[in-house]
Design a protein around this ligand. Structure first.
Ligand code: FEO
Length: 491
């Protein structure tokens, strides 16, 4: 099957209505996905990407119905993950020696998956191009870490189509290919779910890379992603959304998630949420139980939120295991510009809440005082939870509260409620930043740390060089990305 995309470009990919998971079982797909492959038939015939490994035989058979495979002059592999390059071995078994255009990292990861170093690799970097005849060229743009170090995009001149690979995609399946043909709510929900669960750790890089691409001044009539729709109606809209989401995004929203052994922590969550809503009715408040709700929906809600509250019963003096897993995932996502607080009920000791608060602080959240309740909250304890919610609503308000909202209640905390020590992350950071030869900086992509005391002699940066004096063309020794992906290191 082929679907015309534009002029001599057609879609030859595979729809997958049934798939439910991506990255093992870590990302739950709600609406399937597609593996988009494109066939360009100009004077030269070029295939852009293939499909998922599971569909390699279908793909090659369908492609052979479209075209004599021996007429394929080149294959562009924008990204080697098996959902894009999965059919490469089966295809090249039929047309060995066909040139493959990919990045240097692409050679490494394609070989790592397929183990064919004899394949005809042609390494490209940003600005390199391939003449495909009829006055048209393919221009390559490296996009490391969007989504792997090997990733790149390919731009086709004249038709002005950007083959963006994972970027601007969604795990979304529809019989229609173009963005203006599908349900818009479904589409944008999936775009945001995809960005928040997969691309958030690379948000700084998204901004830098989009800025770089916009700087080329190339017209873009379509963005042909590797998953989901082709953006033909106002393709810039998804670029603008990415820039917005990458800029420490937040809405007037608070997300609570918890796990509970016997509903006591759930009672706290419900009461805190009530207090927030009473005090600031403008705020969207969402409550999730990590044992029963979709993990990726919770993460998307956290991404949209100005702050999160994380609750756990204490079990064996530690937090509930599913909460520990969520905190590990949230740490990896490197959310910025968000506040957080911990809460939970306990019997003999309240170790879980302290551990949750520490993990949230380590994950970079600005912390607000935590809340513990001993045993099952009674009426006064529940009122204390509501009051905690009111306090959170006031502290986290994005603009002055309406006059009619409830005022603080005095002396409300009963003995069963213990407010844990507030953690002022900014205070700690400021103290550390003033010491030594200057602020250490960490690469937000590979975690390499620049220490001014050591400099980076391999790039001529002498020991004792403050970060602001490091040259603008400095590259991270760990992942070769520029200064824009570095943040102050507070470790
Ligand atoms: Fe679509 Fe990076 O996989």
């Amino acid at each position: 099957m082929n679907i015309p995309v534009k002029n001599n470009i057609s879609w030859v990919g595979k729809r997958d209505w049934e798939v439910e998971h991506f990255h093992g079982k870590e990302y739950k797909m709600q609406r399937g996905t597609s593996y988009n492959s494109y066939l360009i038939r100009e004077e030269k015939t070029v295939l852009i990407d293939t499909v998922d490994l599971r569909f390699r035989s279908d793909f090659v058979r369908n492609l052979a119905e479209e075209i004599d495979l021996k007429k394929i002059d080149a294959i562009v592999i924008n990204h080697a993950e098996e959902d894009h390059a999965g059919a490469l071995a089966e295809l090249l078994a039929l047309i060995p020696g066909t040139p493959i255009y990919c990045t240097a990292n692409g050679v490494d990861s394609i070989n790592g998956h397929h183990h064919h170093p004899e394949w005809n690799f042609n390494v490209v970097k940003t600005g390199d191009s391939l003449d495909i005849g009829n006055g048209k060229k393919l221009i390559f743009i490296e996009t490391p870490m969007l989504h792997w170090p090997d990733s790149m995009m390919t731009y086709m001149t004249e038709d002005a189509v950007l083959f963006s690979n994972d970027a601007f995609g969604q795990h979304y399946c529809d019989e229609h290919l173009f963005n203006d043909e599908v349900d818009q709510n479904e589409l944008f929900d999936q775009c945001q779910r995809y960005f928040s669960n997969i691309l958030t750790p690379f948000a700084r890089l998204v901004t830098a890379k989009i800025t770089e691409i916009l700087g080329f001044g190339l017209p873009v009539s379509m963005i042909a992603t590797s998953h989901g729709v082709v953006w033909r109606d106002n393709p810039v809209q998804i670029v603008e959304l990415y820039l917005k989401w990458a800029a420490d995004y937040q809405e007037d929203r608070i997300t609570l998630f918890y796990d509970a052994m016997s509903s006591n922590t759930r009672m706290m969550a419900d009461a805190i949420a009530e207090g927030i809503r009473e005090t600031d009715p403008r705020v969207a408040v969402k409550v999730y139980n990590v044992s029963t709700h979709d993990k990726n929906e919770i993460i998307t809600s956290c991404f949209r939120s100005k702050g999160i509250l994380v609750g756990s019963s204490t079990m064996n003096n530690v937090m509930m295991p599913k909460i520990a897993g969520m905190l590990e995932e949230i740490t990896g996502l490197k959310f910025r510009n968000k506040r957080a607080s911990a809460f939970g009920s306990y019997g003999w000791t309240g170790g879980a809440v302290d551990r949750v608060a520490t993990r949230l602080q380590d994950a970079g959240f600005d912390m607000t005082i935590a809340l513990k309740a001993k045993w099952r909250p009674d009426l006064s304890a529940l009122e204390a939870c509501r009051e905690h919610g009111r306090k959170i609503a006031r502290e986290w308000a994005l603009s002055p509260l309406p006059d009619s909202t409830p005022k603080p209640a005095d002396g409300i905390l009963p003995a069963a409620i213990v407010a844990a020590a507030a953690v002022n992350r900014d205070g700690v950071a400021m103290a550390e930043a003033g010491e030594g030869t200057g602020q250490k900086m960490i690469c937000t992509v590979c975690q390499w740390v620049y220490d001014p005391a050591d400099g980076e002699p391999n790039q001529g940066v002498e020991p004792g060089t403050a970060w602001e004096d490091v040259p603008d063309d400095f590259l991270c020794p760990g992942c070769a990305l520029g200064k824009s992906v570095f943040d102050p290191f507070e470790g």
